[in-house]
Design a protein around this ligand. Structure first.
Ligand SMILES: NC(=O)c1ccc[n+]([C@@H]2O[C@H](COP(=O)([O-])OP(=O)(O)OC[C@H]3O[C@@H](n4cnc5c(N)ncnc54)[C@H](O)[C@@H]3O)[C@@H](O)[C@H]2O)c1
Length: 349
C-alpha cells in the first residue's frame, strides 16, 4: 500500500463540519464548458463563488454554460490553456480541467493533446504562483495504464505504454502531475491532484466515443451496440455529481498528493450493455469488434484515501445514474453533434 510519497499521515484532512467555504472566492475553471467542468461551475456558483471559465470550446459546448450568461459572478474567457493566462485581480483557486478526455477526440491531434496537458499545467501553475492561488489538477486513472493490480491505489506506479495511441493523453497527464509535484516542492505552490476514474452523466456528448455515451446512444437509436473484444473487460463508473463533491472536498482539504476519485463498483462491458438494453427497452443487437490497442483490461479505484481523508464516497448507484443519463441522451438525440472542428490537426506552417 501507499509508500512515503503517498504518506497522507493520520486522521481526517477535511474540516469535520464538511463546510466548503467558497462565498466571495474568485475561482478559475479551465475546461469549464466541458462535461465535468460545467457541473463543477454550477456547484461553485451555487456556493457563492465568482467563477471565470477558460475554455477554447474544442470539445466543450456553449450550451453547457449558457444558463450563466446573465450571472454577474460568471465570466467566460475563450482562450487556449496553452497560451499564458493573464487575469487582472485576485484568483483564489484554480481547477485545471482543460483537456479532451474521450479517446477518439484526444487521438485526432495527439501532439495538441500532449501540449494541452503539459503547457496547460505549466500555465495554471505559473498563474497560481503569481496569485498565491491553490491549484487543482484533473488527472486520470490512465496514469495507471493497463494495470497489473486491481483495485489501483495511489502508490501504484502504473503500466503505461509511452509509444502507443493513448500515450499522448496518459503521458501528458503523468507529466502534468510531475509539474504539479515540482512547483509544490520548488516554489511552494499549493496543489491538489485528483486521479479521476470513468465518470458519466448528463452533458456528455452523444458522439463522445466513451462507453456509456456509445451504448446509450446506440440503444436509443436502435443501432448495434459495439462491444470491443469479448466484452469481459471491466470499468467502474462514477456519477458526475459524486465526482464534483469529491473535487470540492479535496480542494478544501490539506491533501497535497494524488487522490483517487471514482466508484469502486466494477462492471464488465457486457453487463453495462445489458443494463442499458433493459432500461431503454431497445432491441439493439450486441456486436463484437477487435479490442483497440492498449485498451485497459480492468479499471477499479481503491478509494481508501478519499474516504479516510475527505470523508468521501460515491452515493449514486449505476442504475440511478444511468436513468438520469438516458433521459439526457433521449432529449439530445435530435440536436446537432458536439463541435469538433477545432480539434482538427493544426495546418502545417
Ligand atoms: N470524464 C471522465 O471520465 C474523466 C476521467 C478522467 C479524467 N478526466 C479529466 O477531467 C477533465 C474534464 O473531462 P471531461 O470529461 O469534462 O472532458 P470534456 O472534453 O467534456 O471537457 C474538456 C474541456 O476542456 C476544453 N479544452 C480542451 N482543450 C483545451 C485547450 N487547449 N484550451 C482550453 N480548453 C480546452 C474543452 O473545450 C472542454 O470544454 C479532463 O482534464 C479529463 O482529462 C475526465
Amino acid at each position: 500500500m501507499p509508500g512515503d510519497f503517498m504518506n497522507f499521515g493520520s486522521g481526517p484532512h477535511f474540516a469535520a463540519d464538511n463546510t466548503i467555504k467558497l462565498m466571495g472566492k474568485s475561482v478559475l475553471v479551465t475546461g469549464g464548458a466541458g462535461f465535468v467542468g460545467s457541473h463543477l461551475i454550477e456547484r461553485l456558483l451555487g456556493q457563492g463563488a465568482q467563477v471565470i471559465c477558460l475554455d477554447n470550446l474544442s470539445t466543450g459546448r456553449l450550451s453547457n454554460i449558457s444558463r450563466h450568461a446573465g450571472n454577474d459572478r460568471f465570466t467566460l474567457m475563450r482562450q487556449d490553456v496553452c497560451d499564458p493566462i493573464l487575469i487582472a485581480g485576485a484568483v483564489d483557486e484554480i481547477f485545471n480541467l482543460a483537456c479532451p478526455a474521450s479517446p477518439p477526440k484526444y487521438q485526432i491531434d495527439p501532439v495538441r493533446t500532449f501540449k494541452t496537458s503539459v503547457f496547460g499545467a505549466m500555465n495554471v501553475l505559473e498563474l497560481a504562483r503569481r496569485k498565491g492561488a491553490r491549484v487543482f489538477q484533473a488527472s486520470t486513472s490512465e496514469v495507471y495504464g493497463d494495470p497489473e493490480i486491481s483495485p489501483q491505489h495511489e502508490a501504484y506506479r502504473g503500466a503505461v505504454n509511452t509509444f502507443g495511441p493513448r500515450a499522448c493523453y496518459d503521458e501528458g497527464k503523468r507529466a502534468a502531475e510531475t509539474l504539479f509535484h515540482d512547483f509544490h516542492h520548488q516554489y511552494g505552490v499549493d496543489i491538489r491532484i485528483a486521479r479521476i476514474f470513468n465518470t458519466y452523466g448528463p452533458r456528455m456528448c452523444k458522439d463522445d466515443g466513451r462507453v456509456v455515451s456509445n451504448f446509450v446512444t446506440q440503444a436509443l437509436m436502435g443501432r448495434d451496440i459495439t462491444l470491443y473484444g469479448d466484452g469481459s473487460q471491466t470499468r467502474s463508473f462514477c456519477y458526475v455529481d459524486d465526482l464534483v463533491e469529491g473535487f470540492l472536498r479535496l480542494m478544501a482539504s490539506d491533501v497535497a498528493v494524488p487522490v483517487n476519485l471514482g466508484n469502486p463498483g466494477e462492471f464488465t462491458m457486457v453487463e453495462l450493455a445489458q443494463m442499458v438494453l433493459d432500461k431503454t427497452g431497445s432491441s439493439s443487437r450486441l456486436v463484437r469488434r477487435p479490442l483497440p490497442k492498449d485498451d485497459p483490461r480492468q479499471r477499479r479505484p481503491d478509494i481508501t484515501q478519499a474516504t479516510k481523508k475527505l470523508g468521501w464516497a460515491p452515493t449514486v448507484a449505476l442504475s440511478d445514474g444511468l436513468d438520469r443519463t438516458i433521459a439526457h441522451f433521449a432529449a439530445e438525440l435530435g440536436r446537432p453533434s458536439c463541435q469538433t472542428a477545432t480539434l482538427m490537426p493544426e495546418a502545417a506552417e
